[in-house]
Design a protein around this ligand. Structure first.
Ligand code: URP
Ligand code: ZN
Ligand code: ZN
Length: 471
């Protein structure tokens, strides 16, 4: 089957140009002006941009956390992602200390197989770098195609790993060709501060933010950067929320370290005052790291613009307000951390970033798609518009507007952190591997269209890359 997309403006991380696009089967086969193909289905993209489908490197679907399980699973989460223009996700496979890694990966395959609307892959959590765990990592990379490992420096007594685990993981990742990811907050300090707050009767949602200060994130980020330099390894810092962390990453990069940073739409647009909303509404805004003072937003936008931070993850981790967030009505530490973001990740970045002239169109594509696909071994299959790449494409009307609401979103969760917000730009059509899966606000795909992707080792695909020219 062929599809010819005519009259659109193609946008990649480096170029913007008018051209037609011919898709055959799952791939892009021609890019040029005045293309013809007998029998092809025609899509007229006049007045629209054509972006490579978004690559969301940070999701938590069907994940047990905080005494409950996320509201969105691989079916609802990936459909919602597609509505928002994301065509690939990388989800975090959790592990448990002393339990075999292969069982954890199997569990994640069972959660996702036959359910996803778009392609997906996994990162693997390392909770404790025992000899046994380290010995399994070559097969995790080579057989499962999982080339990124996640270490939590926070969530004491739940996910938190110690510095020995982080250092061992960094050393092993360098040896094997994987990228180490960190949740960088000082979990021990946060544990002290939360116990102190509760002892003082400070139980409301705002104390979630006040007990996770910027210093705790800055310190952990700096420590992770130093350990990476010491191990001569590679690091990706997830969900950077504040200036203190940005500065540590900038400093390490300036010194030549191989370190990358991600932020999320929530840190660019929402702030600590949202946690003060009455009637426990502040619980809707409980993320870790927490939302910060508004002044941090400019630092984060500047970091995206200048390249000090390079990607945008959704950190999709949705919980209903009623029945899930409300678990913490009497104690903020019992509010499950996280929020619904997979669907609006690209919308918020386009509207607040490109339309407000904080970042360029090409930078938008880079941070929402291309860079993550390069860092996580998906490029050039994903993350760009080129001959031979998967036809994961988003036809995007930059002049249309829409209002975000939980009444119309596709995430299975009873609130939106952006309720009533008007955004510029609307996703018109989404193709995943050549097949139209979203058209005119309707889902046309089916569960199981999305396949598990084995990823290349860190940097390997880029080193071996053969560039193809546009015709
Ligand atoms: O609050 C958050 N970020 N929830 C998801 C888990 C994590 O730390 O990424
Ligand atoms: Zn985290
Ligand atoms: Zn996360």
């Amino acid at each position: 089957m062929s599809t010819l997309i005519q009259n659109g403006i193609i946008v990649t991380a480096s170029d913007t140009f008018e051209a037609d696009l011919l898709v055959q089967g799952e791939q892009i086969v021609a890019i040029g002006t005045g293309l013809h193909e007998d029998g092809a289905e025609i899509i007229n993209a006049e007045g629209c941009y054509i972006f490579p489908g978004g690559v969301d490197p940070h999701t938590h679907l069907d994940m047990p956390f905080g005494g409950t399980v996320t509201a969105d699973d691989f079916e609802s989460g990936t459909i919602a992602a597609a509505f928002g223009g994301t065509t690939t996700i990388i989800d975090f496979c959790l592990t448990e200390k002393k339990k075999p890694i292969k069982d954890a990966i199997q569990t994640w395959h069972e959660k996702s197989k036959g359910r996803a609307a778009i392609d997906y892959s996994f990162h693997l959590m390392i909770g404790e770098a025992t000899e046994e765990v380290l010995a399994q990592l070559p097969s995790v990379i080579n057989e499962e195609g999982i080339s990124s490992f996640k270490v939590f420096m926070a969530y004491k007594n739940v996910f938190q790993a110690d510095d020995a685990t982080l250092f061992h993981t960094l050393k092993k990742a360098k040896e094997l060709g994987a990228l180490v990811m960190v949740h960088a907050e000082n979990g021990d300090v946060i544990d002290y501060l939360t116990k102190e707050a509760l002892a003082n009767g400070q139980t409301e949602p705002i104390y979630h933010a006040l007990t996770r200060p910027v210093e705790a994130e800055g310190e952990a980020t700096g420590r992770a950067c130093q350990l990476t330099a010491l191990a001569n390894s590679q690091l990706y810092v997830v969900h950077v929320s504040c200036e203190e962390a940005v500065r540590k990453i900038e400093e390490a990069r300036r010194a030549g370290a191989d370190i990358w940073g991600e932020t999320c739409p929530q840190y660019l647009t929402l702030d600590i005052d949202d946690l003060r909303k009455p009637e426990f509404e502040g619980a809707k805004y409980v993320w870790s790291p927490p939302l910060r003072e508004k002044s941090h937003q400019d630092v984060l936008w500047n970091a995206l613009r200048t390249g000090a931070l390079q990607t945008i993850g959704s950190d999709q981790c949705s919980f209903h307000f009623k029945g899930q967030k409300t678990l913490g009505v009497e104690d903020f530490t019992k509010i499950p951390n996280g929020g619904p973001m997979i669907e609006d990740r690209m919308s918020i970045l386009y509207s607040e970033g490109v339309a407000e002239e904080r970042i360029t169109l090409n930078r938008f594509v880079d941070v929402t798609s291309t860079r993550a696909s390069k860092l996580f071994g998906l490029y050039p299959k994903k993350g760009t518009i080129a001959i031979g790449s998967d036809a994961d494409l988003v036809i995007f009307d930059p002049f249309a507007v829409r209002t975000i609401s939980s009444d119309t979103h596709h995430m299975k969760v009873d609130y939106s952190a952006f309720e009533g917000k008007q955004v510029k730009g609307v996703v018109r059509t989404v193709l995943s591997k050549g097949k139209v899966i979203i058209q005119d606000q309707a889902y046309k795909g089916k569960a199981g269209d999305g396949q598990y992707i084995k990823r290349a080792k860190y940097n390997e695909q880029l080193r071996n890359q053969i560039y193809v020219e546009h015709v």
